[in-house]
Design a binder for this molecule. Structure first.
Ligand code: AP5
Length: 219
């Protein structure tokens, strides 16, 4: 399956992606994770992206489109796109690139969370810098406070998870990203809306139930 996992910042995309890729043996292609690793490595791309990410704005389309299409070329046929596409222009270019190989997006999972919940989720988030596992200081605690369960690394807080930048990221989502759902609906793609204001495991169960059906249709 080729899937898009969409939703506002803090909707649980990264959390759910980890579970989806384990169950369906897919690759996890996260534009945010790739940008953060480029920044950590000090590349030109990472330097260009820095000011946009730190202020909660989108990195320009041309940079992101080239980066993600190159990444997809190296991936196997089954993957979940997390954080991409995030504008209608990105969606159009993604579809165009897939169509050149006779491919298409099989479905989109759209995680729905209202703005009030987002801030608490993001300011309480802690992540493993190596493994990428995501925790929350109240909702999803690691076994040992501040330490990743998977590899023992010290957990970190993302610099864009402060209240001011979160507000900017939410505005960006409503102004530029929410329209991606309508774009795929209008094209007749499968769009699975999930109420993501529930326990993490309950959200996972809803996603698996829908993806089991979709997986059967795609095969
Ligand atoms: P990116 O890294 O993609 O960030 P985001 O979309 O803002 O999403 P997050 O990673 O913050 O949240 P998430 O939905 O993955 O939630 P998570 O699972 O961690 O992008 C960062 C920046 O890069 C952008 O601002 C932009 O500048 C740039 N960028 C990236 N892609 C781009 C693109 N395509 N175009 C242009 N620019 C781009 O969960 C959050 C917290 O909530 C965690 O602590 C988790 O434990 C908790 N949680 C999760 N689910 C639940 C639940 N059901 N109940 C309670 N708590 C929960």
């Amino acid at each position: 399956m080729r899937l898009i996992l969409l939703g506002p910042p803090g909707a649980g995309k990264g959390t759910q992606c980890k579970r989806v890729i384990d169950r369906y043996a897919m690759a996890h292609l996260s534009s945010g994770d790739i940008l953060r690793s480029q920044r950590a490595a000090g590349t030109e791309l990472g330097k260009k992206a820095q000011s946009y990410m730190d202020s909660g704005r989108l990195v320009p389309d041309d940079i992101i489109i080239d980066m993600m299409i190159e990444t997809m070329k190296k991936a196997a046929s089954g993957y979940v796109l997390d954080g991409f596409p995030r504008t209608v222009v990105q969606s159009e270019q993604l579809d165009k690139s897939l169509a050149q190989n006779g491919e298409k997006i099989d479905g989109m999972v759209n995680l729905q969370v209202n703005d009030e919940i987002i801030s608490a989720r993001l300011t309480g988030r802690r992540s493993c810098p190596k493994y990428g596992a995501v925790y929350h200081i109240e909702n999803l605690k690691p076994e040992v406070d501040g330490i990743c369960d998977k590899d023992g690394e010290k957990l970190i807080q993302r610099p864009d998870d402060n209240a001011e930048v979160v507000a900017s990221r939410l505005l960006t989502y409503h102004e530029q990203t929410a329209a991606v759902v309508g774009y795929y609906q209008d094209k007749g793609n499968t769009v699975i809306n999930i109420d993501a204001v529930q326990d993490v495991d309950d959200v996972t169960a809803l996603i698996f139930a829908e993806l089991d059906k979709l997986d059967g249709q795609v095969k």
